[in-house]
Design a protein around this ligand. Structure first.
Ligand code: IMP
Length: 179
């Protein structure tokens, strides 16, 4: 099976990408390792910094991924600072801060290293609601897309429309041509 590595400490992301990779006849090897996450204003900067670090430590072909929740009323905050917001105020804090029904989007940037760096992007628009559902991870229970939160969806359902799956499809189409 043609394979590539995914360097992440988030098993939820691995499950999502594994399902997507199988659709393309590709296999993901999960490398459960961390790398320094730059505090920067864009996902792209975070990913490029991570790629530079990982390039010295891991053989190609590998990917890393950075994602975030961008809330319109907060001019895109927390965006690249989503991890910090998730750890500090959590889902209930986000709902309390901006209120139910407010528009938001998830964005994902996948960075790959083979001979050089390549970046792939995806996004999905939805709205913030009170926590519903028990699947997924992170902000999934408070992100609603067409009447259901991401935490109310199966991996396959989330994968049909999520920010990460859109970025993954672009990466997998490209990866299929080189491995
Ligand atoms: P990171 O990409 O791992 O740095 O994620 C940033 C923050 O956004 C973390 O708190 C994640 O749990 C959250 N996050 C990223 N992607 C998703 C998603 O698909 N669903 C829910 N939360 C997410």
């Amino acid at each position: 099976m043609r394979a590539f590595s995914f360097i992440t400490q988030n098993p939820g992301k691995v499950a999502e990408l594994q399902a997507k990779a199988h659709e393309f006849g590709l296999e993901i090897v999960h490398v459960n390792a961390s790398y320094p996450e730059l505090q920067a204003d864009t996902l792209e900067e975070v990913v490029r910094h991570g790629l530079s670090y990982c390039k010295e430590k891991f053989p190609p072909l590998f990917i890393i991924e950075d994602s975030g929740l961008f809330i319109d009323d907060l001019h895109g905050f927390p965006g690249p600072y989503s991890s910090y917001v998730n750890k500090t105020i959590g889902n209930s804090g986000v709902v309390k801060l901006i209120g139910e029904g407010r528009p938001a989007r998830f964005e994902s940037a996948i960075g790959s290293y083979c001979r050089d760096f390549k970046l792939f992007h995806g996004r999905v628009e939805g709205r913030i609601v009170s926590s519903r559902g028990h699947r997924g991870f992170g902000f999934d229970p408070i992100f609603e897309y067409e009447g259901r939160t991401f935490a109310e969806m199966t991996v396959a359902e989330k994968n049909a429309l999520s920010h990460r799956s859109k970025a993954a499809e672009l990466f997998l189409e490209w990866a299929s041509t080189i491995i």
